[in-house]
Structure formats: structure tokens, C-alpha cells
Design a protein. Structure first.
Length: 316
């Protein structure tokens, strides 16, 4: 799980697309003092889930795959090296992230074209969940190669199953926009979904986001703030959005955060004042027609009526 949806600079010493100089082993790994050999995998791109905190959450299948692939493509070689060292994995690492993807992707595809195997990992959790790895998967599929998921740890699922909120219908929304206006617009789009919302958030923005959530979604909505999942200081803070907003208003927090929000209890149509508020917010980033369509989808109010009202609001 990433810590921000904003583009980040390439990690120091991690922008070189060439693999590290670590020598290739014989497809082996160890768990504690017990050594194991891993069979060579078929040529494919393996999407390998890695722990989100506790390294003990790695799966045996993930270790076998990381041990026997020709190459491990990772966001930050320093982060993945810690995992590799823990289990005696010596497969070469190469940096693959949003800043060098266009340059490195052809090399990964060439490895597959030559009958090799590549493991894709993120810094933590399941690759492609709130990161750009899907572009590599699409190119691999279009080139006619296999893509094999190796399931494992996932922060959204860990938060959801520990939250105690309805889990039959779920909407994962990744990171919300950093700016309040755009964030409120996005929350407005999610407000009436009959689903539990699962959202990533930065500790720096948690208080501001909870305030927007309480205002746009309703302070009475049940919610859970899950922090530092699987780690030593794992916490689940439960309450209404209003209560959580107050609890975190003046509290500095650290670590990775997932916010889970229960579905709305009442799906009744918005009253005119609600529609006006949503239109006013939408008009900050949209033209009148787009704002009317956007609010109509959220509230069920007639789009033509909303368009007329949007033009009136713009004229004020």
C-alpha cells in the first residue's frame, strides 16, 4: 500500500533499470533454519503479494515464486531487499515504478519473450491495488504472455474483515484527492452507493479527510479507522464519522491508514438544500451541464431541473 496518491520522486539509488548485482541462486529460500528448493516456474508475469507489515504473512507460494523467477521487478529495491534477505532469496532485483516504467517495461517484456519469468511486487501488499502496475499487465497480455496472480496480503481486505462493517457489497476507492474541493466532489459521488466504502488515507490528511467525510456523507455514518495493519501498533478506532472527526481533529498520527465507512442507512432523495450544496461544490470543478449530470446521478433529482439551478447559482 502506498502512502500517497501524489507522484513521488524516484527512490535514491533506485532509478537504474538494470538488475542489482546480487548473484542468482539456485531457486532456494529458507524459513527460519529450514532450507527449501523452489521449482523453476513456467514463463509468465507473476503478480506476487507481499506482507503489508508483518513479514511472517508471506505465503510459501510467494517465496517459491520469488526464489525461482529470473527477475523481481519492484517499486523500491531497498524495501524489497529487506524481504529477500529475511528469507534468503537471491533473485536479481530491478526497479520498476511510475518514474521509469516506460523505459523498463520493454526489458521485462523481452525477458518473457525469451521464455523467462518475472515477478512483480509492490512495497507492500498486492500489486496493482492503488498503484500503476496494471499498465505492465495489459502490455503482457497484449503480447500474448501469461499473467499469474499469487494472492496474499492486502490492506483493504485486512481492514474490511477487521472493521465489523457490512462486507457483502464493497467499494474500494483508493486514495481520495488531496485538495478539499476535489475530495468533497469525489465523496459526493460515493455518498449514496449502497456499499461499505474502503479508502486509503495519509496520516497527514486524516483529520481533514474525516471532516469532509462527516460533512458530505453525514456525521452519523458508522466508520472505522484502521492503522498500522499487521504491525505491532495495529489499531481499529470505531465510531460515527462525527465522533472520529472529533477524535482525530487535534491528534497527530503515523503509519498507513485505511478508512472503512458503512453504507448509508437512508436512500431517500436529497432535498433542494442538499442539491444546492452539491451543485455549488461540483461547480468549482465542472461546467454547469456536467455538474447537473453529476448531482443527478447522486441524488435522483431531474437533470434539467439541476441544470437550470446550476445556471442560477453561477449567476449569483
Amino acid at each position: 500500500m502506498a502512502s500517497s496518491n501524489a507522484p513521488s520522486p524516484p527512490p535514491d539509488g533506485d532509478d537504474d533499470p538494470r538488475p542489482s548485482e546480487t548473484p542468482r541462486g539456485e531457486g532456494g529460500f529458507h524459513i527460519g533454519r529450514q532450507a527449501f528448493q523452489a521449482p523453476r516456474p513456467a514463463s509468465a508475469l507473476y503478480i506476487v503479494s507481499t506482507p503489508i507489515g508483518n513479514l511472517g504473512d508471506i505465503t510459501v507460494r510467494a517465496l517459491e515464486t520469488l526464489a525461482a523467477c529470473d527477475l523481481v521487478a519492484c517499486e523500491d529495491t531497498r524495501v524489497t531487499a529487506t524481504l529477500m534477505q529475511r528469507f534468503g532469496l537471491r533473485t536479481p532485483l530491478t526497479a520498476y515504478h511510475e518514474h521509469n516504467a516506460a523505459r523498463v517495461r520493454p526489458r521485462l517484456l523481452a525477458t518473457l519473450e525469451n521464455g523467462g519469468s518475472v515477478a512483480l511486487v509492490s512495497d507492500a501488499g498486492t500489486p496493482l491495488i492503488s498503484d500503476p502496475g496494471y499498465r505492465l499487465v495489459r502490455d503482457v497480455v497484449e503480447a500474448g504472455h501469461r499473467v499469474v496472480p499469487i494472492p496474499g496480503a492486502s490492506a483493504p481486505l485486512a481492514a474490511l474483515v477487521g472493521a465489523g462493517l457490512p462486507s457483502d457489497t464493497v467499494c474500494f476507492s483508493g486514495f481520495l484527492p488531496q485538495k478539499s474541493g476535489q475530495r468533497r466532489t469525489r465523496l459526493g459521488e460515493l455518498a449514496r452507493l449502497p456499499a461499505t466504502l474502503v479508502i486509503f488515507e495519509s496520516p497527514r490528511r486524516l483529520a481533514a479527510s474525516l471532516a469532509d467525510m462527516a460533512d458530505v456523507l453525514g456525521g452519523e455514518r458508522e466508520a472505522v479507522v484502521a492503522r498500522e495493519l499487521t504491525k505491532r501498533f495495529e489499531t481499529f478506532e470505531r465510531g460515527t464519522l462525527a465522533e472520529l472527526c472529533e477524535r482525530y481533529a487535534d491528534t497527530a498520527v503515523k503509519g498507513e491508514i485505511v478508512v472503512c465507512i458503512a453504507p448509508p442507512g437512508d436512500q431517500t432523495e436529497a432535498d433542494p438544500e442538499d442539491a444546492d450544496a452539491l451543485l455549488t461544490e461540483a461547480l468549482k470543478d465542472m461546467k454547469a451541464a456536467a455538474a447537473a449530470k453529476h448531482v443527478a446521478q447522486m441524488t435522483g433529482v431531474d437533470r434539467k431541473t439541476l441544470y437550470k439551478r446550476a445556471m442560477e447559482l453561477k449567476a449569483q
